[in-house]
Design a protein around this ligand. Structure first.
Ligand code: ANZ
Length: 939
């Protein structure tokens, strides 16, 4: 048979593109052949590609496809690039939603979960991804959680797990403790119920020990945004811990410490605030204040931190009746308790500096506490108000002559004083002041001008003097409790009264005039020298609370014994199995408490009766190390072997959602470091590269959710169009990192594209041998240029442009075929072969089928990724100008002889062109191949 006849014959055999026939066929063959089995002893360089494992909620939704199909595409690409690629899949199977759903359906969480896993596994398989199912990991299965428990024991052994009474977040609806991370906006992340606080004995992991190391991102390539979120979450603050003298009869303590990020403001401290939970509150409160303080403390405990910290909120608080001494200036300042101070942060105590901390400012104003500015305003804003009737005639002229701007309203002058003319202003003011009146300067300097002289407002002493003097002179200010309150009553002054910038220290004893850039360090040095405190670092990060009062989790493997206390379950007794007949309805205590068979045990140390811990572990514990288990999933002697860890870990490429930034992605980093310090790993970070996909939205542009009724079920789409079309469509939808709304109309276009792709590889074309013909050169240019684009796009996760490149290539090949052109045999063969190879990562089934059709040996997925000839690909690109109404707005680089459609489309897609076209009517688009696109618009 001639080659042409053979081609025809194959086309006839191939028939129409029918994904429903070819997809199950290839999936079965791949499974039977173990095509995706990942051998450990393969000599090729390893590549560990990991996509976040799904939670077993019941159904895969379109978001799973959206996340996994591109991840699979890249994993396949890496395999063709010559790597031994590990691309495993598993199920995050413990946790609250399973219990909630089980409570609703009445089925046991275990049953419900395994039913879901069955279903989801089937759905995942329909995707045709290259998951190595032999490595599947299910976090709720005893052969997995046994090792989660083992890690718990190791953490305990290394002093990285501890038990402590702690006020914890409590969700009244789910009846469970929540981690800080699970409280969003003061509500339970899962059910939206406002959370409260409770005191319970809880297990914690000491993630804070790694706070500094977790701030180092230099060993991996993670998105800036995730780094920033983690950095903020860890919240490292350099500052100082300062001592304040406590002289309260009957109180045990003789001092109390504060954490401050602004020790340079210490001379401005005019009050002191303890968190309501602070144990000192009770000790120091005087008898007169006792009732008010108790009532306040009780009320505060019912609030959430978010509410308490809000800057919008009224700054409530009560005076304890006690005083502390600011060691820096010897001032005695009143001690208050207020809920804007959190017990869990710093030392749970704050030095109140109204002039430079916004919350302190509001608090002091409200409660009539003095405020003293001690940092110079760096912006130089300085003001004065000359009230009608307080100044002699001629003030306006004098100010004008001194070039000091002012505004006159109803006889009063509102003056803004240039920084370099403050002294001049003071002279003018003094010489115009009427007897028995005063005038003041605020902002950069703080000066009160009286008829008998000038007083700087520079100390608590001066505050008292000035206030007394003003009150004596003017009945209208008698109600004012502080100088700042008096100044604040004038709206004109308000923007000059407060600032929180760094600047030169003023009114600060020995350190007055210390420049802003040295102020903090100098104050710390000075304070350390005198023994008033020391420089410290504080973190926002808290230890990770892992106890959950739920049944559906890995039991915490410890036993409580009357004699021996907390006794770890011996390793050889693991796993501590979850009973399969336990109560799972929440009761407020862990449901396992009600299971006598589980609860009662014997102490491993003394053999006497003992109680098991009945709390289970946070599921984030289970997902913190799952990537380590995939590498050695059937090992029943260890969580994983050291040798395989050396071979496979760390993960080379991780993909998943950014919503896990401060939970899973931080926990797994901590876990990796902890496991390293146990001597089991030899590296520092779990995942070398991370890419976060965006979110796919409903057709209405909203997040898909059942309640909105905008969920698109992947199964229906796969049923209707086939997995390949659906995969390609999701990748085509938009930039992967951005996400966007699902548009049901677009999918038919993608289906048409795959049909055309099918036709190209299966149908007939007239061939000849014309290696040097210009058409041959241009065909090869197209092939290599497309290969170059697709290669770059997959490397960079630009799947949408990868699909467009393949579509353009399809059009080009179709054009040649349909024009009935005779093409060079070798160049055509090269084009079709490379085309099919390029289809293999994104659309694996059709690629396999076409590979067979063109007479190539099984499997397309074990082929090498072709390399492009850069000179062929690039040499024949041209730059073309894009004009709008004759003016050049853009220059595009296109392949020589780019088809009109492609050129116009690219021209119109350019933002700089769009800016000149948007909102106008496009009258005409003229295309001169290899030279220009001219767009004529009207309006
Ligand atoms: C005095 C001061 C003066 C402060 C000033 C700030 C500005 P970040 O940056 O968020 O870490 N603070 C300390 N412990 C607190 C607690 N338990 N609850 C609420 N606030 C607390 O904030 C550090 C600052 O927050 C600390 O520095 C302290 O106020 C306050 F011009 O001390 B600062």
């Amino acid at each position: 048979m001639s080659e042409q006849a053979q081609t025809k014959d194959r086309a006839a055999q191939a028939g129409r593109y029918d994904p429903r026939a070819i997809e199950p066929k290839w999936q079965a063959r791949w499974a039977a052949d173990g095509l995706y089995r990942t051998p450990d002893d393969d000599p090729r360089p390893k590549w560990y590609a990991l996509t976040m494992l799904p939670y077993t909620s019941g159904d895969l939704h379109i978001g799973h496809w959206w996340a996994m199909a591109p991840s699979d595409t890249q994993a396949r690409f890496m395999r063709m690039r010559g790597h031994n690629v590990l691309f495993p899949m598993g199920f995050d199977a413990f946790g609250l939603p399973a219990e909630n759903a089980a409570i609703k359906d009445g089925a046991h969480p275990a049953e419900w979960t395994s039913r879901n896993i069955e279903r989801m596994r089937g759905q995942l398989k329909s995707m045709g991804a290259m998951f190595d199912w032999e490595r599947e990991v299910i976090t709720a299965s005893p052969d997995y959680y046994r090792w989660s428990q083992w890690f718990f024991l190791k953490l305990l052994e290394h002093d990285l797990a501890y038990r402590q009474m702690a006020p914890v977040w409590w969700c009244p609806k789910d009846q469970t403790v929540l981690a800080n991370e699970q409280v969003v906006g003061g509500e339970c992340e899962r059910c939206g119920t406002p959370v409260t606080k409770r005191d319970l004995e809880q297990w914690f992991f000491r993630i804070t020990r790694y706070a500094d190391e977790l701030l180092d991102f230099s060993k991996m390539q993670w998105p800036e945004q995730i780094q920033l979120m983690q950095r903020n979450w860890i919240g490292r603050r350099e500052g100082a811990e300062l001592r304040f003298g406590l002289d309260v009869p009957g109180a045990k303590e003789k001092e109390v410490r504060v954490f401050t990020t602004r020790p340079d403001t210490v001379w401005g401290c005019s009050f002191f605030v303890l968190a309501p939970e602070h144990p000192l509150v009770d000790q120091i409160t005087t008898a007169e204040e006792r009732d008010a303080v108790r009532a306040y403390v009780d009320a505060a405990r019912r609030q959430t931190e978010i509410e308490r910290l809000s800057t919008e909120r009224e700054k409530t608080g009560v005076f304890t009746g006690a005083y502390v001494t600011n060691l820096f200036n010897g001032e005695k300042v009143p001690v208050w308790t207020a809920d804007y101070v959190l017990y869990s942060y710093g030392t749970g105590a704050v030095m109140g500096v109204g002039a430079h901390d916004e919350r302190d400012f509001a608090f002091a104003l409200k409660h009539g506490l003095p405020i003293l500015p001690v940092i110079e305003r760096p912006d130089g804003l300085t003001k004065s108000f000359a009230m009608h009737g307080t100044m002699q005639e001629g003030l306006g002229d004098a100010l004008a002559a001194a070039r000091i701007p002012f505004e006159e309203r109803s006889g009063s002058l509102f003056i803004t004083i240039p920084f370099d003319r403050i002294d001049r202003y003071v002279e003018i003011s003094r010489s115009h002041l009427k007897p028995g009146c005063w005038n003041e300067v605020v902002g950069t300097r703080w000066i009160f001008i009286f008829d008998d002289g000038v007083q700087a407002w520079d100390s608590p002493e001066a505050e008292r003097r000035i206030l007394a003097r003003c009150k004596a002179l003017e009945p209208a200010v008698r109600e004012r409790r502080t100088v700042m309150e008096m100044l604040y009553s004038l709206a004109f002054y308000r923007d000059a009264l407060f600032h929180d910038a760094y600047g030169m220290m003023v009114h600060s004893g020995d350190l007055t005039d210390t420049p802003g850039d040295r102020a903090i360090a100098e104050t710390i040095r000075y304070g350390e020298g005198k023994g008033y405190g020391k420089g410290t670092v504080n973190y926002r990060l808290r230890d990770w609370l892992i106890s959950r009062q739920r049944m559906w989790g890995a039991p915490i493997p410890v036993v409580y014994c009357k004699t021996d206390g907390i006794v770890p379950v011996p390793e050889q007794d693991l796993p501590v199995l979850l009973p399969d007949d336990a109560e799972f309805r929440p009761t407020g205590e862990s449901p396992l408490t009600y299971h006598q068979g589980f609860l009662n045990t014997t102490c491993p140390a003394c053999g006497e009766p003992a109680r098991r811990e009945t709390d289970t572990m946070d599921t984030f514990m289970c997902s913190s190390w799952y990537q380590m288990r995939y590498i050695d999933p059937h090992n029943d002697e260890r969580p994983f072997s050291r040798e395989l860890a050396r071979k496979w870990l760390p993960v080379d490429q991780y993909t998943g959602g950014a919503e896990h930034a401060v939970m899973h992605l931080l926990y797994t980093r901590f876990f990796t470091k902890a496991v390293r310090d146990m001597g089991l790993l030899e590296f520092d970070e779990p995942m070398m590269r991370l890419f976060n996909q965006g979110q796919i939205l409903g057709t209405d542009g909203q997040r898909m959710s059942k309640s909105r009724g905008n969920v698109i079920a992947p199964d229906e789409q796969v049923e209707k169009w086939g997995a390949d079309t659906f995969r390609a469509y999701l990748m085509f939808l938009g930039p992967w990192d951005e996400g966007g709304p699902y548009d049901p109309s677009g999918i038919s276009g993608v289906a048409r594209w795959l049909n055309r792709a099918w036709n190209i590889a299966t149908a007939d074309v007239a061939t000849t041998d014309a290696p040097d013909a210009p058409e041959t050169r241009s065909l090869r240019r197209w092939t290599h240029h497309t290969l170059q684009r697709v290669t770059h796009d997959i490397e960079r996760f630009h799947f949408n442009t990868m699909v467009s490149a393949l579509m353009e290539f399809t059009n080009e090949l179709s054009r040649r075929r349909e024009a009935g052109a005779t093409v060079d045999r070798a160049a055509w063969r090269e084009a079709v072969e490379m085309f099919v190879l390029m289809l293999a990562p994104p659309v694996p089934h059709i690629a396999e089928e076409l590979w067979e059709h063109i007479g190539k040996p099984y499997s397309v997925h074990t082929q090498s990724w072709p390399s492009y000839d850069a000179s062929l690909a690039a040499a024949d690109e041209v730059e073309i100008a894009v004009q709008v109404n004759g003016r050049v707005r853009e220059r595009l680089t296109l392949p020589v002889d780019a088809p009109e459609d492609a050129a116009k489309e690219q021209a119109l897609a350019s933002p700089s062109v769009r800016a000149h076209v948007e909102g106008k009517e496009i009258v005409r688009v003229i295309y001169v191949p290899n030279r220009l696109v001219n767009i004529v618009v009207k309006g």
